[in-house]
Design a protein. Structure first.
Lengths: 353, 353
DNA sequence: CACGAAATAGCAATCGATTGCAGACTTGCG
DNA sequence: CGCAAGTCTGCAATCGATTGCTATTTCGTG
C-alpha cells in the first residue's frame, strides 16, 4: 500500500484564533478578571451554594466565554481522587503483540459504556507481564481510583498478591476456592459441559476439544467437557491446544483435523472464533457441518449469528458481566465489600450442532 | 502438563512482604528514612547523575523495599505533562450505546500497541456528542498530552474548530480540501471504485450499495461506487442506507434484498460485517455467492478470511494507519508540523466476488 | 438602634513531586 | 596552606485547584 501526503492547511486559521481574549491559564487569573478570589472561583465553578447565585453565574459565564476549564491534575492532586479506572489486559500466555480477541474487545466496549455512564474515565493498559510487578506498578501509580483486570491469563498469583492489599480491584475470570481477588465470570466448567452434552445428545461419540488450556478459563471449559464425556461410557475425547485469535490458529486447526483424520463427529471449540475457523476449514475439506461433524462455539459473540451455518454456542452474557464488574468495583471504591459473581452460561442452539 | 505454581510459596512470600515497615506515603517520608532531603530522593528516583551513585542506589533500593512509587498526579502537575493520550470515539450518527464496530476496535487495539510502545498511557473516551463542546472538554481538561479521534462521524465541523487551536490532535477519517485537522485515512472513494470495478469485471450489471452515508467515509465509498458505475454505461446502481454493526442491520439487509427482489447481481458492502451478514441472508434464501450474486466487503478484518466463502474485500491497512496516526501525533506534540496521510486501499480478491 | 444569625467572600495551608540556585564539602594543584 | 574547580545535597519556590477557618457584610427582629 502506498501512502500519499498532502499538506495540512490551517495555519492561517490557527493565528486567527488567538484573537480570543488572552487565554486564562488558571483559576487565579479568572479570579482577577472577575474581581473575586481564587477560592470563590473554585466554588463557583463547582456550583456550590456557598457563593451567591449571581456571582456564581457571572463567573461561570466568564469561564465559558474564555474557554477556561480547571486543570484536572491539580484538582486530582488536591482531592486525592482521579475519577479514572484502569482497565488492564494481561497478555501472559499470548504471543501476539496486540489485543485482538473479540471477546475481550467486546467486554471492553461494555466496560467502557458502564464506566462512562458512572462518570469515570477509562485508562487502558495492555501489559505483557515481564516480571511480577506489572500490576503493582499500575495500581500504585496514584492515578487510579480502581482497576479492572480483563482475563487472568497465567497471572493468577500476581493478581492474588495485589488483591490482598488493594481493594478496588475486580477481575474477569474464573473463581478459585478461597481466593482474595473479586472475580466476575461464567462457570466455565458448566459451559464446557453444556457444549459436550449437546454434542452427545446429537449422537456424537468421538469428540474433540480445541483450545489453549494455559488460561484457567479455557482449562476449566476443557475439564467440563472431559467430565461430561467420562459420564458417557461409549464416548471418547481428544484435546488439542489451540491458540486464541492468533494467526497460527488456522494452521493449528488444520493440523488437528489432519491428526484426527476423520475420526471425529463433534468438536467443542473454546471460543466462537475458533469455531468459526474450524467450520471454514471443515467446509474446505468438503465436510458438512453439522451433519458429518457438529461444532460448538463459546461466547456467543454477535458474529455467531452472522455466519453460515449459524453457530450453536455457549453464551456468556457480556453486558451483564460488565455491569457486575463495574458494580462490584464501585462498591469496593466506596469501601464496601463486594463478593465474586459466578454467572451461569447458557447453551444457544442454532445450526452448527 | 501445565506447571502450576505452588500457592503456599506465593503466600509465604507475600507475608514476608507485609512486614515491610509502615508504608511510605510520599517522597518526603522516604527522604527522612534515607536521611537525605526530598529533592535528593526525587533526583535519585529519576536516576539523575547529579546524585552520588551510591546514595542513588541506596535510595532506589529503599523505595523498592517499601514498595514506594512517586505520585503521578503531583509529578504531572509539576512537569505539566501527563504522558497520557486521549483516544476518542465520537458516536454521532450511531444509535447504539456501545462501541461495537470491529473495525474501530481493531484500530483501537493497534493504537494501544503503538502508544504503549512509545511509553504513553491511553485514556478512552467514548462520546455521544450532545453539544458542540464534547471535544473541547476532552482536550482542555489538562490531563492529556494529545488526542486521537477515531472516526469523524458527523462531527467534522466540531473537530475542525478544535483542530484550529489545538495542535496535538490527529483524526482517523477522510480528508477534505483545506482542512485544519490532521487526518489519517484511506482514500474511500478509490476503495469504493475498486470494489465496483471488481464486480463489473465479473460481469455484474445490476449493483447495489449497502451502507450508511451519514458518516463521511461511507459516503465517499458510495460516491466511488457511483462514479464507477456511471462509467459503465450498461450498469445500474441502487443504494440502501444500512447501519453499521447494529442489531437492526440484519433486518435492514433482509428488507433491502426483498426490495431488490432478485434484481441484483453484485453488492458492494460498506464494511466486512455488512458483507458477512448479507452473505448469510443470501445463503438463507438459497442464493449462491458469488455465482448468483457477488459480494464485496470493506476493511479486510481478520474474520474476512474465516468465513465461508472467504470475503473479497477492500483492504485498509489498519496497522499502518495506527502507526501513521501515532507518528503524526508524536510530531505534533513535539511542536513540529505533521501533514495528513491518505493511504491507498487495495482490493483483496478471495471467493465472494 | 442594636444585636445576633445567616449569607458570602477571602486567606492561606495543602496535596506531592520537581528543579533552579546556592551552599557545603571534597579534591587537586600551585 | 590556600584557592579553584568540581561534586553533591539542601532549600524553597512552583505547578493549580480545593477547603477549613475566619472576616465581613447583610438582614431580620426585638
Amino acid at each position: 500500500m502506498t501512502a500519499r501526503r498532502s499538506a495540512c492547511a490551517g495555519h492561517a486559521n490557527y493565528m486567527d484564533d488567538v484573537k480570543k481574549p488572552g487565554k486564562i491559564r488558571n483559576i487565579a487569573e479568572l479570579a482577577r478578571i472577575a474581581g473575586v478570589s481564587a477560592g470563590t472561583v473554585s466554588r463557583a465553578l463547582a456550583d456550590k451554594s456557598l457563593v451567591n447565585k449571581e456571582t456564581r453565574e457571572r463567573i461561570q459565564a466568564l469561564a465559558r466565554e474564555h474557554g477556561f476549564r480547571p486543570n484536572q491534575m491539580a484538582r486530582r492532586l488536591r482531592t486525592q481522587q482521579t475519577g479514572v479506572i484502569g482497565v488492564v489486559i494481561p497478555l501472559g500466555h499470548e504471543r501476539r503483540q496486540h489485543i485482538s480477541d473479540p471477546f475481550f474487545m467486546t467486554l471492553f466496549g461494555y466496560l467502557a459504556d458502564e464506566l462512562t455512564e458512572s462518570g469515570h474515565d477509562l485508562m487502558l493498559s495492555r501489559v505483557i507481564p515481564g516480571d511480577d510487578e506489572w500490576l503493582d506498578r499500575i495500581v500504585d501509580s496514584g492515578m487510579l481510583d480502581g482497576a479492572l483486570v480483563i482475563g487472568q491469563s497465567n497471572q493468577f498469583d500476581v493478581i492474588e498478591r495485589v488483591a490482598e492489599h488493594y481493594r478496588p480491584l475486580v477481575v474477569w475470570g474464573s473463581h478459585r476456592q478461597g481466593q482474595a481477588q473479586c472475580t466476575v465470570g461464567v462457570d466455565n466448567a458448566a459451559g464446557g459441559a453444556l457444549a459436550a452434552r449437546r454434542l452427545l445428545a446429537r449422537g456424537a461419540k468421538r469428540l474433540a476439544f480445541f483450545g489453549d488450556p494455559n488460561g484457567p478459563e479455557i482449562a476449566e471449559r476443557q475439564r467440563g467437557v472431559e467430565q461430561e464425556v467420562a459420564k458417557a461410557l461409549d464416548a471418547s475425547l481428544v484435546c488439542f491446544p489451540t491458540h486464541l485469535a492468533s494467526e497460527e490458529m488456522a494452521a493449528q486447526i488444520a493440523s488437528h483435523l489432519a491428526d484426527l483424520d476423520g475420526a471425529v463427529d463433534g468438536i467443542v471449540c473454546a471460543s466462537d472464533i475458533i469455531a468459526m475457523t474450524t467450520i471454514r476449514i471443515l467446509h474446505e475439506h468438503g465436510i458438512s457441518v453439522p451433519d458429518q461433524v457438529a461444532v460448538t462455539g463459546f461466547d456467543d459473540l454477535p458474529i455467531a449469528t452472522r455466519m453460515v451455518p449459524q453457530l450453536t454456542t455457549v453464551r456468556q452474557d457480556i453486558a451483564a458481566g460488565a455491569r457486575a464488574m463495574v458494580d462490584a468495583l464501585r462498591r469496593r471504591i466506596a469501601g464496601e465489600d463486594a463478593p465474586s459473581t459466578i454467572m451461569q452460561p447458557e447453551l444457544i442452539q442454532r445450526e452448527s450442532a
